[in-house]
Design a protein around this ligand. Structure first.
Ligand code: ADP
Length: 529
């Protein structure tokens, strides 16, 4: 027998919705059984069914009044199904006498099951797929009254709601299982605290890394895991999270049960209840202790090599400088070679000096000479240094500075600003403007500070590089070094200088619109308003 509108029955999204109910292989559902029983009683029929129509069979999610073997097998071939027509039509089907009805006169349910009169209403999924039919069946011809059909429709709606609820809660629990699985197999350390800061949840990685078991952690506040010398910073961040702020970059030192110091970095976010109140904080950390160690060894190696190379490279450059006036007569290829050697010796020496500079700054052996520095005077000095470059690039420099003073090493601040403005010029179109500003601000720990900003209208920096550009040798595009010059050290040096001052440096940028490099340093104490 050809299947009616087989395409409608086999439609993938309909079959997916059907699977999602979880009812194709489920035991009888009490809630649905109550509805079929009610249908039989209210409408006065011997049989009432909640049927699901699969691609190649008819499944009884609930039945009332069927005999064996269907009561036990709870499924039958489509050759016996009236309900498939409700699905194919996506509409109710009402039959007074099956013998004379063009859709079903040859259906095997007539001789085999005695189905003669049929009224079926669609059972639908949440997004409107017709999953099957909620139907009343009689074994003799009958006229269905409007009241009976209305009752059947109401019950079909109730049955649909029941099925949808089940599908939704199945989906939810599948997602929960998936998430729980993910949380327990990720290497990220995940913790959630309650409103008092006590640890309410920790994933497997957190247990394994901290060395504490779940019961022990439940007795602790997260801050108890933070090394004593990192607590102030951590508590400030936790306080911000508790007041509803997300902390996208949170780094701290975590102590394990075995008293090992771990460098962890990640983010913290507030957890809200339905009323919008913060009920705790969630942190997701990555243990970067090993990476840090590798980085430290790399830094040591670079520092060592730089130290060792600086003297011989300095000697070569000095020799080339002395030789310069004596080889004025050189021409052609020899001239090119000499100039190339001089240029490269210069570059190499600058690179080595920068590397040694970073190392001294980061290890704290470069001492800062701090004194009150006028922001206006400083920015004017920077403009003077950079003006020839700006003129060459046809870029206007604008200064908008408040009368504020930083407590800082003037030479080092100038180095940072020249770096930032130099970059702004490198990456801006000619005819555009670079703006330097300075105004009063607060530092991360709420002390008063001065915020400097260098804004350009250049190509901008993609969001995923906003942190990385401050690392050594990081450039946004591989060709920046060759096309724009520089080795990717300028921002790393700037960061080291700003952090030595107790400040913070960051970039805000939109690709194609421009970049604002900003940094803060402490305000000069005596000159605080
Ligand atoms: P370099 O000395 O190579 O310029 P930096 O550390 O100063 O190195 O900068 C690193 C990279 O950051 C640059 O190569 C560039 O890709 C990007 N960058 C820095 N400043 C800007 C800016 N104002 N606009 C666009 N990209 C920038």
């Amino acid at each position: 027998m050809p299947l009616p509108a087989a395409d409608a029955l086999r439609h993938p999204s309909r079959l997916a919705a059907l699977r999602a109910t979880g009812l194709l292989d489920a035991p009888p559902q009490d809630a649905l059984d109550r509805l079929t029983r009610l249908a039989s009683r209210l409408i006065g029929v011997p049989i009432a069914l909640a049927s699901l129509v699969d691609a190649d069979q008819h499944v009884f999610a609930s039945e009332f009044g069927l005999g064996e073997p269907l009561r036990s097998t709870r499924r039958m071939p489509l050759s016996h199904s009236f309900c498939q027509h409700v699905v194919a039509r996506r509409n109710a089907l009402v039959i007074e006498d099956a013998h004379t009805h063009p859709l079903v006169f040859d259906n095997l349910a007539i001789p085999d099951l005695g189905v003669i009169a049929y009224a079926g209403m669609p059972l639908t999924s949440e997004d409107g797929e017709v999953l099957g039919s909620f139907c009343a069946v009689d074994t003799a011809p009958r006229k269905w009254t409007q009241d009976q059909l209305d009752t059947l429709e109401d019950l079909a709606h109730a049955a649909s709601a029941e099925i949808q609820l089940r599908a939704a809660s199945r989906l939810l629990s599948q997602r929960q299982t998936f998430l729980a699985d993910l949380l327990d197999h990720t290497s990220e350390l995940v913790c959630a605290t309650d409103e008092r800061g006590y640890i309410a949840y920790s994933n497997d990685a957190m247990l394994a890394t901290s060395g504490y078991d779940a019961d022990e952690l439940a007795q602790m506040r997260f801050v108890d895991l933070v090394a004593a010398d990192s607590r102030t910073g951590f508590m400030a961040a936790a306080q911000r999270a508790r007041s509803g702020e997300a902390i996208p970059d949170l780094a701290t030192i975590m102590m394990t049960k075995a008293a090992q110091r771990l460098y962890v970095r990640g983010r913290g976010s507030p957890v809200f209840n339905d009323a919008g109140a913060v009920t705790g904080v969630r942190v997701i950390f990555r243990d970067l202790t090993r990476e840090r160690e590798v980085q430290r060894l790399k830094d040591e190696l670079i520092a060592l090599v730089s130290h060792e190379l600086r003297t011989p490279v300095g000697a070569i450059r000095g020799a080339l400088k002395i030789l310069g006036p004596h080889v004025k007569h050189l021409e052609g290829k020899p001239r090119q070679l000499f100039d190339m050697a001089a240029r490269n010796a210069d570059r190499l020496l600058t690179l080595l000096n920068n590397l040694l500079d970073i190392e001294r700054l980061e290890s704290g052996t470069a001492t800062l000479v701090r004194a009150p520095v006028s922001a206006i005077v400083l920015l004017e000095q920077v403009r003077e240094v950079i003006q020839p470059l700006a003129d060459a690039a046809k870029i206007t420099i604008v200064i908008e500075a408040d009368d504020v003073h930083a407590e800082a090493d003037a030479g080092r601040l100038q180095q940072v600003l020249v770096n930032l403005v130099g970059n702004a010029l490198k990456f801006s179109p000619s005819g555009s403007t670079v703006t330097l500003t300075a105004h009063a601000a607060t530092l991360g720990d709420a002390r008063a500070g001065v915020c400097f900003s260098v804004d350009d209208k250049g190509r901008g920096i993609p969001a995923d590089k906003h942190q990385r550009v401050f690392e050594r040798f990081e450039q946004v595009t591989a060709t920046d070094a060759s096309e724009k010059g520089g080795a990717g050290l300028g921002l790393a040096i700037s960061k080291a200088i700003v952090e030595q001052h107790g400040g913070r440096i960051w970039v805000e940028s939109v690709v194609g619109e421009g970049s604002s490099f900003r940094f803060t340093v402490p305000v000069a104490a005596a000159l605080q308003p």
